[in-house]
Design a protein. Structure first.
Length: 436
């Protein structure tokens, strides 16, 4: 991996993240890149016409996307090689009746989505992005919005009013203390619907406040992603967990070249951070529906073709991994302490929080060897709980062989996370071997 390769991949990853403040935008940016590389969109409501070598993608709920490059051999004989990741990240999201007027301030009520490190959202320049559904021509039509400017702030309490904060720690109540400030009542109205109408107008969508039927809006940090370190070796960005893995899987798929025997694919799910139980989540039918329809159009047509295809298949569940923290190393298992910049991490848990077993671990380790990369290993301390991924869920739903891997990072679930630039191209190179 040359410095040029590392710099190119790191720069492109940060651009991908900055273009994706919400899962809606991540799917749109992913679809844009797929289209540029000759992929065409399929509609789940329509029949699919498929040929060997076709490049196709499917979206569901505007927040999950799956893309496939059909192989030259029918899938019932060659199977699928799949990379799975997730588009969502922990954040703050608006409640349906969001506007709040309190003590002379305009505020917006929020819900906490996923396992947010709440303290990192304090004193940040926050904006709003997501999806707005507008009445148009007598029917609801969705549109993406992104204010792209500082609009909100969750102000900290002054130390003079919280003297023990540095010794006892910051204690935050999500209902009482995380309500962002939008404006001053004395400065005039700050009506959310009017703000959304003006933002839609910037995208050439004409609407009145009464035309807004619903929204799915999230707060995000307006500070651009960047690099740091003595040699620029670190990445600082929101949503590295797990857009960095989405980017690696997508980049590997696009770089894999002409069709091989096996059908390649990536699936980027929403709702992993809250359990994956949704129509477009890993516990839903999205991937299974896609695979079954691909089998119908690219197999021998026997009734058991789908089941045979799955037995030939393999899934790499790619989700970011915990790097050893230099200030909290005692919280890491002593012989499993991944280092940022040390390459891809194979994640294991005997209680199946990760789907890795000896066979799938060996499969990924062999790919790393082919790519000239040495894998690292992560196991959580025996006395600590373990997070999970889409890996065990997808493995259970499909019966597919699965390995859980990820790139090492710090500050996971912070509003600003940290990773190593060199790990981006390392993961892409291994996943590219997987696809070829």
């Amino acid at each position: 991996m040359s410095p040029t390769d590392i710099d190119t991949a790191a720069k492109d990853l940060l651009a991908y993240i900055d273009a994706s403040p919400t899962p809606y935008h991540a799917v749109r940016e992913t679809a844009r890149r797929l289209t540029e590389h000759g992929y065409r969109e399929l509609d789940e409501r329509e029949p699919w016409s498929l040929q060997p070598g076709d490049r196709v993608f499917i979206t569901r709920g505007d927040t999950s996307i799956a893309a496939f490059h059909l192989g030259t051999t029918p899938v019932d004989r060659a199977g699928f090689r799949l990379v799975g990741s997730h588009t969502d990240s922990p954040n703050l999201r608006l409640k349906p009746n969001a506007p709040v007027a309190k003590h002379g301030y305009h505020q917006l009520g929020v819900e906490v989505y996923g396992g947010v490190l709440l303290s990192t959202w304090m004193d940040r320049d926050l904006s709003l992005a997501g999806r707005v559904v507008v009445l148009s021509g007598g029917r609801p039509v969705p549109h993406l919005v992104d204010f792209q400017r500082p609009l909100l702030r969750v102000p900290n309490l002054a130390i003079h009013l919280n003297r023990t904060v540095n010794t006892d720690g910051l204690k935050l109540n999500a209902q009482d203390h995380m309500v962002p400030v939008l404006g001053l009542e004395s400065a005039g109205p700050a009506e959310l619907r009017s703000l959304l109408v003006r933002e839609l107008a910037r995208a050439n969508v004409r609407a009145e406040a009464g035309d807004l039927l619903g929204y799915d809006l999230a707060l995000y940090d307006t500070q651009p992603s960047t690099r740091s370190g003595a040699q620029g070796e670190f990445l600082h960005a929101p949503r590295l967990d797990n857009l960095a893995s989405c980017y690696s899987g997508l980049s590997a798929l696009l770089a894999a070249g002409k069709a091989g025997e096996t059908t390649r694919g990536v699936v980027l799910y929403d709702h992993e951070e809250i359990g994956s139980r949704s129509a477009q989540g890993a516990a839903g039918t999205f991937l299974r529906d896609c695979l079954q329809r691909l089998v119908l159009g690219h197999s021998d047509g026997r009734a058991d073709a789908y089941h045979r295809a799955i037995r030939h298949s393999f899934l790499v569940s790619a989700d970011m991994a915990h790097a050893v923290h230099p200030n909290y190393s005692s919280l890491h298992e002593p012989r499993h302490q991944p280092l940022m910049g040390g390459g891809p991490v194979i994640k294991s848990n005997v209680n199946q929080s990760y789907a890795t077993d000896g066979e799938t671990w060996a499969h990924f380790a062999a790919l790393c060897r082919e790519a000239g990369v040495t894998p690292q290993h992560f196991v959580t301390r025996t006395d600590l709980g373990c997070g999970s991924t889409i890996g065990p869920i997808t493995a259970a739903e499909l019966g597919i062989r699965t390995v859980d891997v990820g790139s090492p990072m710090l500050s996971m679930h912070s509003i600003r996370e940290m990773a190593a630039a060199s790990d981006v191209v390392a993961m892409i190179s291994v996943l590219q071997r997987f696809f070829t």
